[in-house]
Design a protein around this ligand. Structure first.
Ligand SMILES: Nc1ncnc2c1ncn2[C@@H]1O[C@H](COP(=O)(O)OP(=O)(O)O)[C@@H](O)[C@H]1O
Ligand SMILES: [Mg+2]
Length: 539
């Protein structure tokens, strides 16, 4: 098939010394559609292995992902000159295979519609999923194929075992788990050579809005994680973090420079922000679209129109204000109350926090210990050491430590070492005396939200990243809107640091001392009952 018969062409210069010593011209030739200036063109010409195009809804991201899968940028420009060493569009090669994923089957329809519009002019034939094939497919005259697949269950990724793709695209990446995403890395390979022996580059591409269940890992991998943040327009190189056994503990990996001994193992990654304003076509065809989103409220406006990665995750703690509540650590005066709280974890994270309260009822979470895969002795020893060495409290021990109920049960099946001791027994041997926390979820969340609402909730910066991540990501549960999504039973929802924080806050005497009048009737009723049962409340 000769692509030269019909095209739009579009030129773009990559001026990025990390990738290419000299500025490099890239031209994109498209027949049916042309990328819009801004994010779309940057996405189509990105040379990195792994690229996320993320931000505002309606920015043209899904459309662009489908366009990118054609691999037109590896072909010839309008004058018939090759734009890339490969010298032909990816879909002109019989062995080219691409797979584009949506989490849910029902969400594939939109991609199928875009595919029909974009691919048919290149001679593609569409077939709904055939037995033995990974998904619905577009087959091009050369034999090249683009599959549209879903991955509803985590295990659906195994349908792709043994297959090889040169292009893997994820639409709405925050709907997927990190495990699913990384699994497809092992399927991204394959030798697709041209007549001169040049191989077609393998690419992983994703698009997303800053909302959804996977927001935390996606943000860590592409936007920022602790002190690291992605410089837009720059290529970053990463290796997997050698210090973690489970990649979920560090979805970012370790950024390496060209002089790093492991640089040859590094993979390039970048992030391209998407803005609604750049989608001139949609703005013209549906000028009311932005106003529709504004109707959904400030948070949606921030996330979906401005592509703000902090607006969401969830809206459960909508009173949480990262700008004002995450503060620089300071010395905690001796007379301030100090308590500890613990959420035991065996295979999952064990969370521990120190919380201080000043005489005006402001509470400060000083640090969050968040470690998994250790036995209770090790956790206890670590935590004791951190408390003793913690500079802002000068090693002061908390007046009490409360913990989730699991710590008081003999749970052989969870124990790493078989023993008769409970978690609490083991902690006590290491000098940490645990008391049972008030574990009522709904009341606990209300107490936390109440402190936030009254602007009395603070966290020490840089020492509480897991807690901040979970605060921002927490979503309402559909079945019980007073609770967090999953109600504590969904392993995909991370709430260890939140549970820990709520135990600590409930252990502080008179947690509702302020803002009592704002509490709904049912909380006050429930609270009254609880008060009798738990002496740790102190009121
Ligand atoms: N380059 C383009 N050419 C033609 N139409 C486009 C282009 N980019 C986006 N559009 C249109 O804009 C609409 C919104 O784009 P979409 O990819 O769904 O946005 P997003 O995935 O960012 O929410 C699409 O339905 C598509 O018709
Ligand atoms: Mg989309």
């Amino acid at each position: 098939m000769n692509l030269r018969e019909y095209f739009h062409s579009w030129e773009y210069t990559i001026d990025n010394p990390v990738c290419y010593p000299e500025p490099r011209k890239v031209q994109i030739v498209v027949r049916t559609a042309k990328p819009q200036l801004g994010g779309q063109t940057a996405f189509l010409s990105a040379p990195e292995f792994e690229v996320l195009y993320g931000g505002a809804a309606g920015g043209g991201k899904s459309y662009c992902l489908m366009l990118d899968a054609l691999g037109l940028q590896f072909g010839n420009n309008a004058r018939g000159e090759p734009m890339h060493d490969f010298g032909m569009a990816a879909i002109e090669h019989p062995n080219y295979r691409a797979a584009i994923f949506r989490r849910k089957t029902t969400h594939l329809q939109k991609l199928i519609d875009i595919g029909k519009e974009l691919y048919k002019p290149y001679g593609a034939v569409f077939v709904l999923q055939r037995k033995g094939e990974p998904g619905a497919s577009f087959t091009f005259p050369s034999g090249a194929q683009i599959f549209l697949c879903h991955m509803e269950q985590e295990s659906d990724m195994e349908n792709h075992q043994g297959l090889e793709y040169q292009y893997v695209g994820f639409d709405e990446l925050t709907q997927f788990t990190l495990k699913q995403y990384l699994y497809l890395f092992s399927r991204t390979r394959g030798i697709v050579l041209n007549s001169k022996g040049i191989n077609l580059p393998s690419r992983i591409r994703a698009t997303t809005n800053p909302t959804g269940i996977g927001l935390v890992w996606v943000r860590k991998r592409f936007i920022r994680n602790g002190g690291w943040h992605c410089h837009v327009g720059k290529t970053h190189f990463f290796i997997a973090d050698p210090n973690v056994t489970d990649v979920e503990d560090n979805p970012t990996g370790v950024m390496v420079g060209i002089n790093h001994p492991e640089f040859y193992n590094a993979k390039s990654r970048t992030f391209i922000p998407g803005l609604l304003q750049e989608n001139k076509i949609l703005m013209e065809m549906d000028p009311g679209y932005a106003a529709n989103i504004m109707q959904m409220g400030r948070k949606y406006e921030r996330a979906l129109l401005k592509g703000d990665w902090d607006a969401f995750g969830g809206d459960f703690f909508d009173e949480f204000d990262r700008q004002k509540m995450v503060i620089k650590p300071f010395d905690i005066p001796k007379h301030w109350q100090l308590i500890g709280c613990n959420d035991p974890g065996w295979s999952s994270q064990n969370a521990f926090q120190l919380i201080a309260r000043d005489p005006d009822d402001n509470i400060y979470t000083l640090f969050t210990y968040y470690v998994k895969g250790r036995d209770p002795e090790q956790h206890a020893r670590n935590i004791y050491k951190i408390i003793k060495g913690f500079p802002y409290t000068h090693g002061r021990m908390p007046s009490m430590i409360v913990s989730g109920r699991d710590a008081f049960q003999k749970k052989d099946r969870f124990a790493i070492k078989r023993t008769d001791k409970t978690y609490a027994d083991i902690f006590q041997e290491q000098g940490l005396f645990l008391q049972e926390a008030v574990t009522d979820r709904v009341i606990g969340w209300w107490a936390m939200k109440q402190y936030m609402h009254n602007k009395k909730y603070y966290l020490f910066a840089r020492l509480n990243e897991p807690l901040i991540d979970e605060l921002i990501a927490a979503q309402h549960d559909d079945k019980n809107i007073e609770d967090i999504l999953g109600q504590g039973n969904d392993p995909q929802v991370y709430d260890h640091a939140l549970d820990c924080n709520r135990y600590g806050i409930m252990a502080l005497p008179a947690p509702f001392a302020t803002g009592q009048e704002d509490l709904p009737e049912f909380i006050i009723k429930k609270w009254g009952k609880k008060k009798k049962r738990h002496s740790v409340m102190g009121v």
